[in-house]
Design a protein. Structure first.
Length: 246
């Protein structure tokens, strides 16, 4: 089987649609662009509804670029009988670069936008799959991404909250309060596994740490969530700010 035959082999949906959907022609181009537009718009809307920086237009733009690259690769193969899929490869690499730049760091050194970056990359690949004519594969990828974004966050949050291990960003009025904080942690039935001073806040007037905990108390494991523990710690007068790190 030569490369052209491999690329143009119809998938399940392509067989249902007919021969017109397997080649680069006007109906096929319109169908692929519209399908890409619809699927990427759904993913982009989901991200926009949660106020992420990469939203509707970004996802549509990346997916359409992938779709166009896939169709150009097919056109080169059909016209010249050879090709190295370099256009699709460049688009996928470009999506990876965009994803890397979309990872944002807030003032408390937590990574933000990692999920959106990964899904942005996946959407570009989904667009490329549609452009090549792998409709079934692109729909499966789209369904998997939507399931990942819509259903799994609740499960992930539940599993994280039930974990005996978690990490917090901690801001103290002064480093002299660290022994008191450590003593409070022990009284609550927890163990400090690691504590790291953040040098970025030197000279700010506060002492900032990343602290990793293990819940060792059976009672605390059973009845207290991470949020309840953090809220209790936040009530201490020498703590300026505390939050769980993702």
């Amino acid at each position: 089987m030569n490369p052209s035959q491999m690329v143009l082999s119809p998938d399940l949906l392509a067989r249902l649609l007919g021969p017109w959907s397997m080649h680069i022609n006007m109906p096929a181009v319109l169908f692929r662009v519209i399908l890409t537009l619809v699927l990427s718009a759904v993913i982009g809307w989901e991200r926009s509804s949660k106020r992420h920086s990469a939203g509707l237009r970004t996802f549509i733009a990346v997916a359409l670029t992938g779709c166009a690259a896939g169709m150009l690769d097919i056109f080169i193969l059909e016209t010249y009988g050879s090709g190295q899929f370099f256009i699709t490869g460049m688009v996928i690499l470009g999506a990876a670069v965009i994803s890397g730049y979309s990872i944002l760091f807030n003032s408390r050194t937590q990574i933000r936008g990692l999920t959106t970056a990964a899904v942005l990359w996946s959407t570009g690949v989904c667009g490329a799959a549609i452009g090549i004519g792998l409709y079934t594969a692109s729909l499966c990828l789209f369904a998997a991404m939507l399931f990942n974004l819509s259903v799994l966050p609740a499960l992930e949050g539940y599993l994280k909250d039930k974990s005996n291990h978690f990490e917090v960003h901690l801001e103290l009025k002064s480093g002299q309060y660290l022994p008191s904080f450590s003593a409070t942690i022990r009284k609550l039935g927890m163990r400090i596994d690691d504590i790291e001073l953040n040098p970025a806040y030197a000279g700010s007037g506060i002492s900032v740490y990343s602290v990793s905990f293990t819940i060792s108390s059976t009672e605390l494991k059973k009845y207290k969530s991470h949020k309840e523990i953090i809220d209790a710690l936040g009530s201490l007068d020498y703590i300026v700010f505390i939050e769980e790190m993702n």
